[in-house]
Ligand binder design. Structure first.
Ligand SMILES: [Ca+2]
Length: 335
């Protein structure tokens, strides 16, 4: 079972390595846009009513009463929310020799979770099973105000152990800041989203592992994007998201027409060639065999290409050479 996880982690690391260039470039641009939008909003607020002295939470809530550690946690959460990224606390980590150990199994996060101008404290406490040497995180007690709930993993298996506790602001137009528990890992994981409403902790949704939010009700998750990266998320690459208000997955073709920069060499095939390699990971020689005679063009590293269509899980692109073809899933190779 551990080796299965190792493979996943390895897969994940390789994905990061090959996608970070692309996503980092666009992520910076995105961060810039976010901050410009925020500046604009502040400016508009000032124009509208100068008696609204401040929408600034630090000035109106009891931020000043927090100790240094509390302020630090508050600031980190705020910083992530501003970028539409989740703030996550991992409850496990790997030692240098590959052993998985539990840590951060108990803690608290101060924030204004219900928009009343006062800071609440979200307390969490992980419950461990006794089926392994050091226990598996299988439940999490969440406390806010006078309410306590126990989140139990949807399936008490190795795959669905609790991996993170996170904070997100799914919709910046409502007064709430939401929190969630991740079970499992990456695209195989599940995030159960909670909200503090009328002094009660309520479950408001459940989707695949959260990677970012839109700020207007969309939750982006692992497996819903053309490329994914743990550090910086790029909204331009979204293929599907989870709508928190409808509680359902929604497909989008917003990527069509976008010009992207290849972070590594990309092979462009005929559609059936791309379909052959779309799916579970394959070895290099298997890929070669499956795509024999189906190669249309090569996109070199740093070359731009345009996405022109999406169909059956593969992506149609136009290269700099003016050729059109299809790109299948990005397959990782390991032995
Ligand atoms: Ca509050």
């Amino acid at each position: 079972m551990l080796s299965k996880l190792k493979v996943k982690v390895l897969n994940f690391i390789i994905i990061i390595a090959i996608t970070s260039v692309l996503v980092a470039c666009q992520g910076e641009k995105e961060a810039e846009n976010v901050s410009q939008t925020q500046e604009k909003q502040v400016a508009e607020n000032k124009k509208e009513n100068i008696t609204i002295e401040t929408e600034d939470k630090e000035a109106t809530n009891d931020y000043g009463k927090l100790n240094e550690e509390g302020k630090e946690k508050y600031d980190i959460v705020k910083n992530h929310i501003e970028k539409n990224l989740p703030y996550e606390i991992s409850v496990q980590k790997y030692t240098s020799d590959g052993q998985r150990i539990n840590y951060n199994t108990e803690g608290e996060i101060p924030y204004d979770f219900n928009g009343d101008g006062k800071i609440e404290t979200l307390k969490y406490k992980i419950g461990l099973s006794n089926n392994q040497d050091n226990g598996t995180p299988i439940n999490c007690e969440l406390t806010m105000g006078n309410d306590t709930i126990v989140h139990k993993t949807t399936e008490e298996s190795y795959e669905m152990e609790i991996s993170e506790i996170g904070i997100i602001d799914v919709d910046k137009n409502d007064k709430y800041v939401d929190f969630y528990i991740n079970e499992g890992y990456l695209s195989g994981g599940v995030s159960v989203i909670y909200r503090y409403v009328d002094e009660k902790i309520k479950k408001i949704g459940e989707c695949r592992g959260i990677v970012a939010t839109s700020g207007d009700g969309k939750v982006y998750y692992w497996g819903g994007n053309l490329h994914e990266n743990y550090e910086v998320f790029d909204e331009n690459l979204v293929l599907e998201y989870y709508d928190i208000n409808k509680n359902e997955y929604v497909e989008t073709n917003q990527i069509i027409g976008k010009k992207l920069k290849a972070p590594f060499e990309i092979k462009v095939y005929t559609k059936d060639g791309a379909l052959e390699i779309n799916g579970s990971p394959m070895m290099e020689d298997e890929i070669e065999k499956a795509t024999k005679g189906k190669l249309v063009d090569l996109i070199k590293k740093n070359d731009e290409f345009t996405v022109i269509d999406l169909s059956d899980g593969v992506t149609k692109v136009k290269t700099n050479n003016g050729k059109e073809g299809w790109v299948g899933g990005f397959h990782m190779v390991w032995d």
